[in-house]
Design a protein around this ligand. Structure first.
Ligand SMILES: NC(=O)c1ccc[n+]([C@@H]2O[C@H](COP(=O)([O-])OP(=O)(O)OC[C@H]3O[C@@H](n4cnc5c(N)ncnc54)[C@H](OP(=O)(O)O)[C@@H]3O)[C@@H](O)[C@H]2O)c1
Length: 247
């Protein structure tokens, strides 16, 4: 089957490309650096020729709420319109667990807009809400660290290995559309500050972590807000196993 992966050069997109190829599928890679831009639609029609399913694993640059909604909304609308023209039979969106209960996060507003457009759109779909990835704590430190000090919220998360979510996206994309899929998560709850500390140690980096709710993530994201719901699909790779692979 021919499957297109939008965001093919990204963290999850590149692993999804690899998972699809391992399973013997013909993969079309989509990203701006590969000459296809969802923001303008440039290159999309040619890229989707003969494609049966599309996985959307794109991302938005950091921005405010309106900018993020605009970026992800425009990209999703352009992608869905091109899929309809090409006769694509299945659109798979990688989304995030908990976004419907958290108003204040700009990225989550953009993800809700993506979900809204996909669910109302012309192409049969599956929306896959995933928890944070095992490298999420490191990414957050990358956003906030200045002069060796990084504020970070003590979020309770149940992270999933990037390769595990990629395998699940590849499996779902090559099956029938399922509408809203159940939450997908890793095996164990974790404290984001502890994840950051252990990742930095594994990388041999010294950064002073300052637990706070006054940085990127506010109190609205505390408690169980980011944990998967009942009956979630639990992927196998633990944070410890992933960390051991990083050393
Ligand atoms: N981080 C987490 O813990 C987490 C958890 C659950 C879900 N998610 C979701 O997972 C998704 C993927 O995240 P990621 O970390 O894998 O992303 P990433 O590494 O930042 O990769 C983003 C990809 O999108 C492409 N892209 C961006 N804008 C584009 C455009 N206008 N046209 C075509 N391609 C474009 C980028 O390539 P170019 O720059 O070359 O265009 C890149 O290939 C995100 O939507 C995020 O919301 C993240």
């Amino acid at each position: 089957m021919r499957v297109a992966v939008a965001g093919a050069t990204g963290n999850i997109g590149s692993l999804t490309v690899a998972a699809l190829r391992r399973a013997g599928h013909d993969v079309v890679r989509i990203s701006r650096s590969l000459g296809v831009d969802l923001s303008t639609g440039d290159g999309l029609d040619a890229a989707l020729t003969g494609v049966g399913a599309v996985v959307d694993a794109t991302n938005a640059p950091p921005g405010d709420r309106d900018g993020t909604v605009q970026y992800l909304g425009t990209a999703t609308a352009n992608l869905l319109a091109a899929e309809e023209r090409a006769g694509v039979a299945h659109h798979v969106l990688l989304s995030i667990v908990g976004i419907h209960g958290i108003e204040g996060n700009p990225h989550y507003a953009g993800k809700r807009e993506q979900e809204r457009l996909v669910a109302a759109g012309p192409v049969p779909w599956t929306i896959v809400p995933a928890t944070q990835f095992h490298d999420f704590a490191e990414m957050v430190v990358g956003w906030t660290e200045h002069d060796g000090v990084a504020p970070i919220a003590p979020l309770l998360v149940q992270p999933i290995a990037p390769a595990d979510i990629a395998d699940i996206l590849a499996e779902i994309a090559t099956g029938a559309p399922q509408g809203r899929y159940g939450d997908v998560a890793g095996p164990d709850p974790q404290d984001l500050v502890d994840m950051a500390r252990r990742t930095l140690t594994a990388r041999g980096r010294e950064v002073k972590l300052v637990p706070t709710w006054s940085s990127v993530f506010g109190l609205e994201m505390s408690g169980n807000a980011l944990l998967p719901g009942e009956g979630a699909r639990i992927a196998p790779t633990t944070f410890e196993e992933w960390l051991a692979q990083q050393r």
